[in-house]
Design a binder for this molecule. Structure first.
Ligand code: COA
Length: 391
């Protein structure tokens, strides 16, 4: 009696209603453009003609090992209150994953309100988008001296440099979003924030910061910095110094940064606290594609005979041989299946978010001898997973 299908523009009002009631923005009118955005597909479960569950697949890309991996960013998952806990989230998300694979996605990412339904479907928490609060006076107390880059407000001519600076950081990260495609217009950077500051060295832009200033100038006032990217220390120092300059009117500075970051090396981290933390979850949509798409350390050579347990994405379940060589990875069906790994284990390993030792203790990996464990650990070792773009 429940049927799952892709939504059409005819379903827009029902989809908006379901999502807006679930997430509490039902007081706002439906936007005129809803939901017609390229790169966005909504799936729904119907009971007769009534929409009772939905989930959205956003076409994105995330950086892993220096390459962009095609991602299904999942958003707007909602089930009508009367029919929750009947398997409808499972139904719509299983279909979303099947279709995401068909359109070429290799992995899927989401920001959960609760991790449990997603764990039941093979996603696992691999990182968190974290906003850190620090007294602005503590920024001002920074004694990490040295030359400072020149600062000025960004103009349109700076957009290519801003794009380049972000992409260089994203390329060296684990999981940061590729900011291109329909949801990221670089020109919006200039209108999307109260301030965009660039740092220059002679004639070249070597850093930038995007920031918002809250209202008022009392003890609750704050400056929130979204990207603070310095290609060189003089840029980072100058940008952090600009934020420090707000201390008389914005006693708190909030930073969206993932450690390690050069900006932290000039701060007293003991003064920082977590202002907001949004965990994110990952799963592989097509393991062979995910292994092929990302970059691997060129010094790592070896093979592992995996046995993947994944009922939700059966196309990559069973024995699979992982082959790593010369910076490339392949996953081929077959092999002895000696090393058993769950879908959640695969997600944690792929993101370098847990070592084989932790996976083993958590029951997500079995059968890896010491050498295989080392190979798996080194293969995805890298910066802590980071995702700075909420969706
Ligand atoms: C979260 C929500 C989408 C789950 O939908 P649902 O249809 O009730 O979930 P399902 O019945 O399909 O459950 C799927 C799996 O998750 C598990 N699960 C669901 N909610 C759970 C919870 N709160 N705690 C633990 N497990 C949960 C189920 O046991 C099931 O696992 P199983 O199939 O292995 O038994 C629904 O409760 C909802 O719409 N909530 C409000 C909006 C929201 O929070 N959306 C999520 C945004 S990220």
């Amino acid at each position: 009696m429940f049927e799952v299908r892709e939504l059409t523009t005819e379903d827009a009002a029902d989809a908006y209603r379901l999502g807006s009631v679930a997430f509490g923005y039902h007081d706002r009118p439906i936007p005129e453009s809803f939901p017609d955005r390229p790169g966005r597909t909504t799936f729904g479960v119907f009971e007769g003609t009534r929409l009772v569950a939905k989930a959205v697949d956003l076409e994105r890309g995330q950086w892993f090992g220096g390459r962009v991996v095609p991602t299904a960013a999942v958003a707007g998952v909602a089930v009508t209150p009367e029919v929750r806990a009947k398997g409808l989230a499972r139904m719509v998300l299983t279909e979303l994953l099947r279709r995401a694979r068909e359109r070429g996605a290799a992995i899927s990412t989401l920001f959960p309100t609760t991790p449990f339904p997603y764990r039941a479907l093979g996603w696992e928490e691999v990182g968190a988008l974290t906003y850190l609060a620090i007294p602005t006076a503590a920024l001002a107390a920074n004694r990490d001296g040295g030359p400072l880059a020149r600062l000025r407000p960004a103009t349109e001519a700076d957009l290519p440099a801003i794009e380049r600076l972000y992409r260089d950081v994203a390329r060296a990260s684990t999981g940061m979003m590729e900011r291109s495609g329909p949801d990221f217009a670089v020109a919006d950077v200039l209108t999307g924030f109260d301030g965009v500051t660039v740092a220059e060295d002679q004639d070249q832009v070597i850093g930038y910061a995007t920031w918002d200033r809250s209202s008022g100038y009392d003890t609750s006032s704050r400056v929130k910095a979204y990207d603070v990217i310095g290609e060189r220390p003089e840029a980072t120092r100058a940008l952090m110094g600009m934020l420090a300059g707000w201390q008389s009117v914005a006693p708190t500075t909030v930073l969206r940064l993932t450690s390690p970051d050069p900006a932290f090396l000039g701060l007293a981290s003991s003064s920082m606290s977590v202002d907001q933390r949004k965990p994110w979850m990952l799963r592989l949509v097509d393991a062979a594609r995910a292994v092929e798409a990302r970059g691997w350390p060129s010094v790592v050579e070896g093979e592992v005979d995996l046995d993947v347990a994944d009922e939700v994405c059966p196309w990559h379940a069973g024995p699979q041989r992982l082959i790593l060589s010369g910076g490339e990875g392949r996953l081929e069906p077959g092999g002895t299946g000696t090393v058993r790994i769950t879908s959640r284990g695969l997600a944690l390993w792929y993101a370098g978010a847990a070592t084989p030792a932790v996976l083993r203790r958590a029951g997500h990996l079995e059968g890896a001898d010491a050498k295989t464990g080392e190979l798996l650990a080194v293969a995805t070792a890298g910066p802590a997973p980071a995702l700075h773009d909420y969706f």
